[in-house]
Design a protein around this ligand. Sequence first.
Ligand SMILES: [Zn+2]
Length: 297
Amino acid sequence: MRFVSRREFLAASAAAAMIGPAGSAEPKKLVLIAGRPSHGPGAHEFNAGVQLLAKCLKDFPGLDASVNLNGWPKRQSVFDGAAAILLYMDGGDAHPAIQGDHRSLLGGLMQKGVGLMCAHYGVEVPKDKGGREFQDWIGGYYEHAWSVNPIWRPEFKEFPKHPIANGLQPFSAEDEWYFNMRFRPELKGVTPILTAVPLDKVRNGPYVYPHGPYKHIQDAKGRPEHMMWAVERPDGGRGVGFTGGHFHTNWKNDHFRKAVLNALVWTCKLDVPQDGVESTVSDEEIKQNLDPKPERK
Ligand SMILES: [Zn+2]
């Protein structure tokens, strides 16, 4: 028998306490991050949105959702022990994930197999600043002037055999559903989850910004487009992109919400129930925690 120092003994005890006996693992920590207010009432309600998602996951077994509001967390310790992270926030050049040392922080977490889901504007990063990473981490991203952001109502009729699609029934929802993401070449490793065919008039624009239309979008008429997708990375982590989430009221849509809740559970490497994550959002709850109206100058 080898002599074990007191320090080693304590370290081993601490590790055992973290893992616990078989079958009683610590809950998986899901870090929900809401971006700062940016739009008028009812749109980009990231703060209210993540609080609704956390409420819907409150009783999900084995999951512990931590809510972080109004932008990138001030304390890096928020990420300690994370199983997965949701970034529901404005993106583009100002994407919080690419400011300062955040990209390398996230990269380190991804290497450890932490899950990542990006929603709505949170899927957009500049091609040369985050584009390659987002392809690695979640399979694709919104590329300016390649991807488009019209407001339209896709009909989601069929779903793949994938845990995120558990319990989903055909549905539609009007939203600013971005499409034509810059995916990995040949969609390598990417499983489309929400797919629909935009009508030609959607391809003809206007898009929210810039108004378009773009020839490469019009030329692809009739092609199915993916508004939600999932990847399993070589580092063991899971990634999801979801392009809806502009209009807050869509969280009232049971299937829209179920797709996102299923995805959050899946990115934490927890089992998604056969019928998907069940939840309700009342008329009262949808009005809660909305951002204050911007002051008029
Ligand atoms: Zn939007």
